[in-house]
Design a protein around this ligand. Structure first.
Ligand code: DGT
Ligand code: CA
Ligand code: CA
Ligand code: ZN
Length: 583
């Protein structure tokens, strides 16, 4: 275990002992030990090796033994037993915001409550209000905390977190005391959802920065505040952490708190192999006393360079092979929003979209796109007012007329998001599918098929010569609905073999096919299309979320069909159609 993980365990032990009502001196020994460990400059492994950990004031014999065991074995029987000795429902109560171990113990003792549900009931029955040391106000707070626990515990979509994150960074950068400021954590790595936001600031005057941070608009609760660290919670339950560091520590702190944890572990190992010790505080010779006299850098680039690595873009810091690439050839030129010249898979009022063909074309033109594609639903998606064959033919005619009128400089492709029926056939007649410029084939029904049936169903749709691309591969809705079961590798291989594109659905709730699959799939030759699945003009913005996911999947412009100019795209789509027309 690392220093930090051990500190977490010690803090846990202190909390659990408090729940049990043990000796406060003992409890404090653990929480003090945790804090000492967290701020320890020396390398823990070296101290243990030299058997000098006990020389540090505050580390008694019992504590040293436990730290050593955790360091060597990664587990501690004392801790396991302690956890087992307390009812799980009581431990869970710690998740109620504003409720600490001491109060939980008192509630348990006085009312016999040993679960959140029981505590909630006790609040409703007005039992907590009458307790000594609690009262009506505190009962209300507990009840509200129980209600909020769910919202606070959950993760937040990157897209929504951004609305909170961007003004915070702007606010920090506007403060005169702030020398540098950046996002960090999963938000900076552009994960599809984030647990909390992290900010790193360089300043020699932390106090006013902290004051601004905890008092900013929208803050509902200050959950922690120290001299250089603070955490706040917003109305939505989203939390934000701030760390203020001296200027010369900024790049190290930024790198550390950007993570991921897996990436950090690999970086630290690499440093150690070079006789160096890397941390949020700096980079120093492993045997040097402190980070004070460590190496100085003026950027993250410099940290990577000191470890003989090319710069790793934050999106790729997931411990997914980025270190190997950074010590070797480096990275592909990652996709950017500006690389896109148009988009496919969008809806209009003909099915379930909220804007007309003209309005959507206007919006695409405003973005400077050379083309955009309609892909309204097909008839099996009756709940979305899907089009039957007659309506599809009528829409094709309207689009042809619109293009011929030259009313807009943006070309409109006529496509359709055609349902993949439970048996893998497509929802519209082949003669009609032939007339379309392209087909996005998607699953919208029978989600509960077995993995085998679902995989065969999708592969059959891929093999249909009318299919140009596959829509939202897994059917997942992030934080809302799991993906259906399917064998992604098989589907990817079938798509490559049949010249079918797999979309990267850019709706922030979908981001599907998942970024974790893209690097390998693209290496094998799979093409994608960044598809906003827009149901209104402003949904075209979603392409940014799609590009984030594409970057996390190591994709560059050549992997993405909608980076191509109109002429080249037209030729690729036509090729698929010629094949079909010839059949
Ligand atoms: P999240 O907030 O769950 O979406 O994910 P992150 O990656 O933002 O995680 P967070 O906020 O807990 O911590 C920010 C970064 O700080 C994390 O990516 C890496 C670093 N970090 C935090 N805890 C540890 C740790 O125990 N060990 C190491 N090596 N790094 C850590
Ligand atoms: Ca975070
Ligand atoms: Ca955090
Ligand atoms: Zn769809």
């Amino acid at each position: 275990m690392t220093k930090r993980e051990i500190a977490d365990v010690l803090n846990d032990i202190a909390t659990l002992m408090e729940l049990k009502g043990e000796n406060p001196f003992k409890i404090r020994a653990y929480s003090n030990g945790a804090r000492k460990l967290e701020t320890l400059d020396e390398d823990l492994g070296a101290l243990i090796e030299a058997e000098t950990l006990g020389d540090i004031p505050g580390f008694g014999k019992a504590l040293v033994e436990k730290i050593e065991t955790l360091y060597r074995e990664g587990r501690l029987e004392f801790y396991e037993k302690l956890k087992e000795s307390i009812e799980p429902g009581i431990v869970l109560m710690l998740e109620i915001p504003g409720l600490g171990a001491k109060k939980i113990k008192a509630l348990h003792k006085a009312l016999g409550v040993s679960s959140i549900e029981a505590l909630q009931q006790a609040c409703e029955d007005n039992l907590v209000a009458d307790l000594k040391g609690f009262g009506k106000k505190s009962q209300e707070k507990i009840a509200e905390g129980i209600k909020n626990r769910e919202a606070y515990g959950k993760r937040h979509l990157w897209w929504r977190a951004r609305a909170v994150a961007e003004p915070i960074l702007e606010g920090l950068l506007a403060l005169p005391e702030v020398e540098k400021a950046s996002h960090a954590g999963s938000f900076r790595r552009k994960r599809e959802h984030v647990g909390d936001l992290d900010f790193i600031v360089a300043s020699s005057a932390p106090a006013p920065v902290m004051d601004w941070f905890v008092a900013q608009e929208g803050v509902k609760e200050v959950t922690a505040q120290g001299e250089t660290k603070a955490s706040v919670r917003f109305e939505s339950g989203l939390q934000a952490d701030l760390r203020v560091v001296p200027f010369k520590q900024f790049s190290f702190a930024l790198h550390h708190f950007t993570g991921s944890k897996d990436h950090n572990v690999l970086m630290r190992q690499r440093a150690l192999a070079r006789g160096l010790s890397l941390s949020e505080w700096g980079l120093k010779p492993a045997d040097a006393e402190s980070f004070e006299s460590g190496l100085e850098v003026d950027s993250e680039e410099a940290i990577f360079a000191l470890l003989d690595l090319k710069f790793v873009p934050p999106e790729l810091r997931e411990g997914f092979g980025e270190i190997e690439a950074a010590e070797d050839a480096g990275f592909p030129q990652l996709l950017k929003v500006d690389d896109l010249r148009g988009v496919f898979h969008n809806h209009t009022t003909a099915s379930d979209g909220r804007a007309s063909l003209g309005e959507m074309t206007e919006a695409a033109q405003q973005r400077g796109w050379e083309y955009w594609g309609v892909a309204d639903h097909s008839k099996a998606s009756f709940q979305a007012n899907g089009l039957n064959e007659t309506r599809v033919l009528d829409q094709i005619e309207r689009i042809e007329k619109l293009n011929a009128s030259k009313a807009y400089s943006t070309h409109v492709f006529s496509g359709n998001e055609t349902d993949i029926l439970p048996d893998g056939s497509l929802d519209l007649e082949e003669s009609v599918l032939m007339r379309l410029d392209y087909v996005v084939a998607s699953v919208h029904s029978s989600f509960t098929q077995t993995e085998e049936a679902m995989t065969a169903r999708i592969v059959r749709a891929i093999e249909n010569p009318a299919t140009t691309m596959l829509g939202h591969l897994s059917g997942r809705l992030l934080l809302r609905r799991e993906s259906y079961q399917l064998d992604v590798a098989k589907v990817v291989d079938a798509a490559i073999a049949n010249d079918v594109i797999i979309e990267l659905n850019a709706n922030p709730y979908r981001l599907d096919m998942d970024w974790r699959f893209w690097r390998k799939a693209a290496e094998k030759g799979l093409l994608t299309s960044i598809n906003p699945d827009a149901h209104a003009p402003d949904h075209f913005d979603f392409v940014e979320a799609g590009v984030n996911a594409a970057r996390k999947g190591w994709l560059s412009p050549e992997n993405v069909i909608n980076t191509l100019p109109l002429k080249a795209v037209t030729a690729i789509l036509a090729k698929k159609r010629q094949h079909l027309r010839g059949a």
